[in-house]
Design a protein around this ligand. Structure first.
Ligand code: CDV
Length: 312
């Protein structure tokens, strides 16, 4: 039986502080309509799809912060997206800022969900690698306060049996860490879905070239795909948000590590690729046959320590 999935990568252009959830969702629905016309079975949207990338702003009023978060999913603003996708029989994933109630306490996470073709949420991932800082940093050209607004996710890198394959999720900065892909690779992942919001310039090194930032993005997702024999669908929120530019470079990456579809704009844009999950098998059974070739007895430091310990 064929395991080809036509994937639509729905890059989103910028969202301003003043943009409503409804405005974001109506743009998502337009991309979904286009994906339907192109015969897609699965559509991937970016990280924090519903709002501007608010961690660039330093806020101390928790009510102001909470306005960027969702307490329910779906909710009134996103229900039309769920309804349209169900009508089309398209599965989808998108990221949002989540307030979760756990043991009677409110928790704030940077979250993405996996929704099946009948509109049911079948998977949830909460971002593990939160970049940036927790306090205002006067030395940065702009702020990146994810550590202030989010808690480290408590889901870990799970995978789900989905659409005749094995799917996983991660979010933005997670894509730069090989551990992210390997933990899912060890569970047989065949497609990793991820969204990102990456500024076009480095807040701590303004001289960093844009093409180098693109290279770091590409090398991360391409290596993750190849080294684990998995498809990677990596989708940006791009363009100038409230005066700050986010890079584009959404890509669909084959298990060989080759990019098979890439965005060309910094705006709402759909990229499409036919992704045959069976093409993972060759890589998983040869050069990256983990069972035959991995040597975990020599990898202990990876889980025993966090930072670098140099020899005396
Ligand atoms: N949203 C992100 O996680 N952004 C990060 C930062 C470091 C730019 C990223 O890795 O792209």
């Amino acid at each position: 039986m064929s395991r080809v999935i036509r994937v639509g990568g729905a890059q989103m252009g910028p969202l301003q502080k003043s943009d409503s959830r409804e405005a974001a969702v109506s743009r998502m629905i337009k991309l979904l309509d286009q994906a339907h016309e192109e015969g897609c079975n699965l559509v991937a949207f970016p990280e924090l799809t519903l709002t501007t990338f608010f961690p660039r702003w330093d806020m101390d009023d928790q009510d102001e912060v909470d306005r960027y978060f969702e307490e329910e999913m779906p909710n009134a603003a996103t229900q039309p997206l769920f309804d349209r996708a169900k009508e089309y029989g398209i599965a989808f994933t998108f990221g949002y800022a989540e307030i979760a109630r756990e043991n009677g306490t409110r928790h704030h996470y940077n979250t993405s969900i996996l929704v099946d073709e009948a509109g049911n949420i079948v998977g949830k991932y909460r971002k593990t690698h939160l970049p940036g800082h927790a306090d205002f940093d006067p030395d940065r050209a702009f702020q990146h306060l994810e550590k202030k607004y989010f808690e480290v996710g408590n889901t870990g890198f799970r995978v789900w049996r989905f659409m005749d394959g094995i799917f996983g999720m991660c979010i933005c900065n997670d894509r730069r860490w090989p551990e992210t892909y390997r933990v899912m690779g060890l569970q047989g992942v065949e497609m990793v879905l991820l969204g990102f919001n990456t500024p076009s310039s480095n807040s701590q090194r303004q001289s960093e070239r844009g093409d180098l930032r693109t290279f770091h993005n590409d090398i991360s997702v391409q290596a993750g795909a190849y080294q684990n024999g998995t498809w990677v669908v990596s989708i940006a929120k791009a363009g100038v948000e409230d005066g700050h530019e986010l890079m584009g470079g959404s890509a669909i990456v084959h298990p060989s590590g080759e990019i098979v579809a890439k965005s060309k704009t910094l705006d709402d844009e759909l990229i499409v690729a036919d992704c045959d999950l069976d093409e993972c098998t060759f890589f998983k059974e040869t050069i990256f046959d983990f069972d035959r070739h991995r040597r975990p007895e020599h990898y202990g430091l990876i889980t025993q320590q966090t930072g670098v310990v140099r020899p005396d």
